[in-house]
Design a protein around this ligand. Structure first.
Ligand code: SAM
Length: 277
């Protein structure tokens, strides 16, 4: 996350350790820590070879990989600049003056520059601004930066967001506060592989997550108690496999969009209150 004296990202210095048992780091150049399988991944704004050597010595761990890259390369070679989706303008903290949503994209997914995020935000904005639907509650599964949650909260929707990446949870909470919607968003650290979210009474469920997780959710009957679902995180080539896990007789496709090779589905179960009107 951005902390003074930093107000934007320039270069990223990334250290992968052979442990997830990483001590608290209070260094001013520190951005955040991820866990991936059994590796801890630490991000800094500047070269921290000496700091990391000392940390490894003190904590009996080893750097197994390290990288120094530009922030644009981290975000698939794209500069993060302001953009508009539906009724919302979004800008990064360093270029967000006057935007409806001002985002610290940090080093987690959800800057708005991936086609899945962009199209999901467009759908979230479309359905939360449709007066007949009155979308009051939303689940944001795999929230990343929290952008989709904030997009809905800006329309007055109460959002329960979750992610299994502790840094994503921290970034999403900080972004909710930055955008004055913290009273509308709760962020929980949840692993969707082991915990199925409760969808009963939820108007909108958004899941931009990898296809294996979607397959697992699709196959869980209790997952289908919400009213409307937006799914993404998969490519056209993965659609047949996903469809095989979906009981297509008990859901109705409202939209199926493609941006390049990336798909977004909007689906309502036959039991949805939104279909009965
Ligand atoms: C493709 S990103 C989407 C982020 C954001 N919602 C967006 O649309 O840009 C998927 C998110 O799901 C999270 N995730 C991956 N596996 C997960 C799991 N097992 N449980 C919960 N969240 C998970 C990742 O950490 C990541 O933030």
């Amino acid at each position: 996350m951005l902390r003074p004296p930093y107000s934007k990202y320039d270069r990223l210095f990334v250290y992968h350790l052979d442990t997830i048992d990483i001590p608290e780091i209070s260094d001013p150049d520190f951005i955040g820590t991820w866990h991936e399988d059994n590796n801890g991944i630490i991000f800094f704004h500047t070269n921290k070879d000496e700091f990391m050597a000392a940390l490894c010595k003190a904590h009996h761990c080893t750097i197994v990989y390290q990288a120094d890259l530009s922030y644009e390369d981290w975000d698939a070679g794209q500069a993060i600049t302001p953009f508009t989706v539906g009724t919302l303008t979004v800008g990064p903290v360093w270029d967000g003056e006057g935007a409806d949503i001002v985002l610290d994209p940090s080093v987690v997914f959800g800057s708005g520059f991936h086609p899945t995020t962009r199209t999901c935000l467009q759908m979230v904005n479309k359905y939360t601004t449709t007066p007949e639907l009155q979308i009051k509650s939303m689940l944001d599964l795999g929230t990343g930066t929290g952008l989709l949650a904030i997009g809905a909260a800006k329309q007055g929707t109460m959002v329960q967001a979750c992610d299994n990446n502790p840094l994503a949870c921290k970034v999403a909470r900080a972004n909710a506060i930055r955008n004055q919607v913290e009273s509308h968003i709760t962020v929980s650290e949840i692993d969707l592989r082991t915990e199925t979210p409760k969808t009963q009474g939820i108007d909108l469920v958004v899941a931009n997550i990898h296809p294996e997780l979607l397959q697992q959710l699709f196959s869980t009957p209790s997952f289908w108690q919400g009213n409307l679902y937006i799914f993404s995180g998969f490519m056209t080539s993965m659609e047949p496999e996903l469809l095989a896990h979906l009981d297509t007789r008990s859901v109705k496709f409202l939209e199926r969009t493609r941006t390049g090779k990336w798909c977004v589905w909007v689906v309502a179960p036959e039991t949805s209150a939104f279909l009965s009107g």
